[in-house]
Design a protein around this ligand. Structure first.
Ligand SMILES: O=C[C@H](O)COP(=O)(O)O
Length: 252
C-alpha cells in the first residue's frame, strides 16, 4: 500500500527581506510551527540562507533556495551551486519558477539540468510548472503542462527527491485562483501524466503543490482536494500569521 503523502507548505520569499526582517520572519514562522503533521519550508533569498539557518535552533522548518546553477562550481559569475546551497543548510531548491523562466529565459532543458544538480547533492527539487493566461484561454493547459513535465522532470525523479509545484502563471500575485475543482482537475492530470512517465508507484507518492495567490481565505478548499498536497506560497509567506493561517487550513 502506498504511504500517505505528507503535506508541504513552502514559502517562497522571492526577492524580499533584508537581514533583520528575514531573521524576524524566519523566527516567527518557526515559533508557530510544530502543530501540524506537515513539512514547513521557507525559501529566503540566497544571501539570507546561512544566517537564517544559524539562527533557527529548533529544527522545525525546512530551508529551501529559490534557484541554483547546473554546475557544482566554476567560472559562473553571480551564480550559486546546489553544493553551496547544501552547505548553507538547504534541504530543498526551487527550480523552474515561472519568474525565472520569464526573467532569465530558462528552458525546460535547463530546469531539468538544475533539478539533476539538486539531486546530486541529495536535496529535494521543487520543480515549477504552469500555464499562462493565454494558454489557458486557448484550452492548452494540459498540453503546456505535459511539455513542461516532459522537459523539466528528470528521469531520476522520485517521490523522495522531487516535489512538483503547479503554479498557473495568471494566478501568481494577482489575487486570482482557479476554483478548487479546476485546480484538482489539473493536479489529477499532472499525477496521471507523472504515472505514465515515471510509473504509478512514484506518481502516487509524489507531492504536487498548488501555488498562486493562496491565502488563509482560500487555502482550505484548495488543500482539501485529493491531489493537492500543499502549497507554494509567495506573498502570504511574508507574513508569519498568514503563512500559519494557511498551514492551519490543512485537512486533518
Ligand atoms: O512561488 C510562489 C508563487 O509564485 C505564488 O506567489 P503568490 O502566492 O504571491 O501568488
Amino acid at each position: 500500500m502506498t504511504e500517505p503523502r505528507r503535506p508541504v507548505i513552502a514559502g517562497n520569499w522571492k526577492m524580499n527581506c533584508l537581514l533583520d526582517a528575514g531573521l524576524d520572519l524566519a523566527q516567527a514562522v518557526e515559533d508557530g510551527a510544530g502543530g501540524r503533521d506537515c513539512e514547513i519550508v521557507i525559501c529566503p533569498p540566497h544571501v539570507l540562507l546561512h544566517p537564517v539557518n544559524v539562527a533557527l535552533e529548533d529544527n522545525l522548518l525546512g530551508l529551501g533556495a529559490q534557484d541554483c546553477h547546473v554546475a557544482e562550481k566554476g567560472a559562473h559569475t553571480g551564480d550559486v551551486s546546489a553544493a553551496m546551497l547544501a552547505d548553507a543548510g538547504c534541504g530543498y531548491v526551487i527550480v523552474g519558477h515561472s519568474e525565472r523562466r520569464v526573467d532569465h529565459g530558462e528552458s525546460d532543458d535547463l530546469v531539468r539540468a538544475k533539478a539533476e544538480s539538486v539531486f546530486a547533492q541529495e536535496l529535494v527539487a521543487i520543480i515549477c510548472i504552469g500555464e499562462t493566461e493565454a494558454e489557458r484561454d486557448d484550452g492548452r493547459t494540459e498540453a503546456v503542462l505535459a511539455k513542461q513535465l516532459d522537459g523539466s522532470v528528470p528521469a531520476g525523479s522520485n517521490a523522495a527527491n522531487t516535489i512538483i509545484a503547479y503554479e498557473p502563471v495568471w494566478a501568481i500575485g494577482t489575487g486570482k485562483t482557479p476554483t478548487a475543482d479546476e485546480a484538482q482537475n489539473v493536479h489529477s492530470f499532472i499525477r496521471r501524466y507523472l504515472a505514465e512517465k515515471l510509473g504509478d508507484d512514484i506518481a502516487s507518492g509524489m507531492r504536487i503543490l498548488y501555488g498562486g495567490s493562496m491565502k488563509p481565505s482560500n487555502a482550505a478548499e484548495l488543500l482539501a482536494q485529493a491531489d493537492i498536497d500543499g502549497g507554494l506560497i509567495g506573498g502570504a509567506s511574508l507574513n508569519a500569521g498568514d503563512f500559519h493561517g494557511i498551514v492551519e487550513c490543512l485537512p486533518g
